[in-house]
Write a protein that binds this ligand. Structure first.
Ligand code: ADP
Ligand code: MG
Length: 322
């Protein structure tokens, strides 16, 4: 009971970016190597996530849209051992209940299917021969929940949220080629060749990525690699600080602070560098009291990691002529 409440809380579809996140995570779970995210009007008009993954068997489609039908969680313990991103089994049901949704999906050995849901109700399903993979199209988000629409901010804010989500999914899955298109403008295109620097180039642009400095350092508990910009390069905001722990994108205010401290006086007050840190550690060092659907995580040896980050960046910058 408590467990399902804990899980449900993280599941709320608040805005276009939440839909993009859930659909793209499903595509990742389905072993896709290419994921295309197409939105119109920052996602308020249309959100489409197209993948080349495993697909869903036609007869399993109605089940996939039932709440909790697919929950993979057995115990609270399992929350911390999750490999796949999806484990709550209610994203599709939630999204379908507040939109006009179509899904086209096919497995390698099914003929493929097309299904249309409106406000959560399955309106039609028919055979639809397509290549293996899945395309989910969400129109008119929140058409039947005007209260939710009230919380939607400007197009700009909603678009920034979508970009942020796709950026970090792309960064934490450099083996997957992502694109993001809004109103026919290509905003992101990653190579999917498992190279973090090239992935960063796909996100921030080639010229920025070329100027990034590789860093690496370690202590007994942590292994740190990544890329940081020179201080003067930056028209960046806080959003340009990215931290991956064991391949998962996380947010941690203290670690962000350590990055800034590593720059010391080289960084003007209020400015941010571009930094992508890739940290490997024993998963037991990640605080188990933190809900895994939240990006904000606490670490049991946080001060030591802060010192390592600060030192790695300071050392690297001191070898550049600044
Ligand atoms: P969860 O991801 O937590 O299982 P969802 O509601 O997000 O719950 O998805 C329900 C199920 O539908 C998934 O478990 C998966 O079996 C299937 N599914 C959803 N999206 C895809 C996809 N893009 N490719 C293949 N299967 C999918
Ligand atoms: Mg899911």
């Amino acid at each position: 009971e408590i467990l399902s409440n804990q899980i449900a809380a993280g599941e709320v579809i608040e805005r276009p970016a939440s839909v993009v996140k859930e659909l793209a995570e499903n595509a990742i779970d389905a072993n896709s190597t290419q994921i295309d995210v197409v939105i119109e009007q920052a996602g308020l008009q249309l959100i489409q996530v197209i993948d080349n993954g495993d697909g869903i068997e036609p007869e399993d489609v109605p089940t996939a849209f039932k709440r909790h039908a697919t929950s993979k969680i057995a115990t609270r313990q399992d929350l911390f051992k999750i490999q796949s991103l999806g484990f709550r089994g209610e994203a599709l049901a939630s999204i379908a209940s507040v939109s006009d949704l179509t899904i086209e999906t096919a497995t390698a050995d099914s003929l493929g299917t097309f299904a249309h849901f409106k406000g959560g109700v399955l309106e039609s399903q028919k055979t639809n021969p397509i290549r293996p993979g899945t395309a989910v199209t969400v129109r008119d988000l929140f058409f039947n929940t005007p209260a939710r629409l009230k919380y939607i901010k400007t197009f700009q804010t909603e678009l920034a949220n979508v970009i942020d989500i796709v950026n970090r999914l792309a960064m934490s899955h450099p083996q997957i080629a992502f694109t993001l298109t809004n109103d026919d403008h290509l905003l992101l295109k990653t190579a999917g060749n498992n190279d973090l620097q090239q992935t960063i180039a796909g996100i921030y642009g080639v010229s920025m990525a070329k100027k990034l400095l590789p860093i690496s350092d370690h202590d007994l508990d942590f292994k740190l690699t990544g890329y940081v910009s020179l201080p003067e390069l930056t028209r960046a905001t806080r959003n340009y600080l990215s931290i991956l722990i064991n391949g998962r994108y996380i947010k941690n205010y203290q670690l962000n602070k350590a990055i800034i401290k590593g720059y010391g006086s080289k960084l003007m007050v209020g400015r941010y560098p571009v930094a992508v840190l890739n940290i490997k550690m024993d998963p037991l060092l990640i605080d188990v009291n933190v809900h895994p659907t939240k990006q904000e995580v606490r670490l049991s040896k946080e001060p030591a990691l802060m010192t390592l980050i600060e030192r790695a960046i300071r050392k690297r910058l001191s070898t550049e002529n600044l």
